[in-house]
Design a protein around this ligand. Sequence first.
Ligand code: TYM
Length: 341
Amino acid sequence: MNRVFSGIQPTGNLHLGNYLGALRNWVAMQDGTGGHPAYECIYSIVDLHAITMPHDAGGLANATRSMAAGILAAGVDPARTILFAQSAVAVHAELAWVLMSIARTGWLDRMIQFKEKRGKDAEGPSVGLYVYPVLQAADILGYRASHVPVGDDQKQHLELARDIAIKFNATYGEGLLVPPLPVIGGAEGVGVARIMSLRDGTAKMSKSDPSDASRIDLTDTAEAIVAKIKRAKSDADVLPDTAAGLADRPEARNLVGIYAALAGTSVDAVLAEFGGKGFGAFKPALADLTVAKLAPINAEYVRLIADPGHLDAVLRDGAARARAIAEPVLAQVYEAVGFLR
Ligand code: TYM
């Protein structure tokens, strides 16, 4: 079976890393472009995950709507694809509970993102943050999804989801759950595994980076995009002629990678054009390309966000369709573990 599931947290704005790392593939897998066959796609705004860190309760509903508008603006078509808020489908939390008795604490102790996010709070991180990857596994396994398009940073969580599915099946019956495959990066020009911060080529572009100049948001104005690229960290060398020449130049590699992904071409093709030129020539070209590619998404976002009623209706409809798939899976899981039905 070929079914896609993926999720995004409604924290902060959609940025270029989300777009090139995940969303582009979400759309390509829906459309059957970029070397992918067309899949049945299910995408969720994972608000249950968002509360595992301190969050703004008053702003969460609007953040969820805003994320929905961004996802639709990027090309997700709610007529073909299911888009919903995670908390609207109870199966996610219910299945996560069952899977918590499958996952081992040793598996969770190894999770890199937990270690990065746990902070130095004396009382420690929330229990939710610790079991976060089990909920993520439930998201995917509850739909028996075969493929999960994500950025490189989610690779370990996807391996955990596979391990949980395999152990669940070994315990309760082969074929009950489907170990999913990650789809990271993708065909040339569709996605890139990891977009780095504009201020530091060794840190990933992230919603939680306090510096706004570190990322390009899909809602940024053309002026803001131009200014951020102009200020982006680079180096004093000219660009090399081939990708191999970028090996020890993280900032240069990131900027050329962004150009290639946005232009739908390879890094070598970009360097065939810009090799031997400095950032004084490359940055304006990158800024023009970024503005040109993001402007239609931005305009569509502005149109969609003005109609919250429509966004809520899309998410409600998506939740009903999601429940119709996930509830029978949960029923089989409950039966397999022996609950009185
Ligand atoms: P989140 O909300 O942090 O990010 C959403 C997607 O964007 C990708 N991404 C990036 N890709 C490349 N470069 C970057 N700098 C970059 N930053 C973010 C992420 O890899 C992700 O694909 N745990 C997940 C959400 C989640 C999920 C799921 C994903 C919950 N349940 C089930 C897949 C399947 C997360 O926090 O993504």
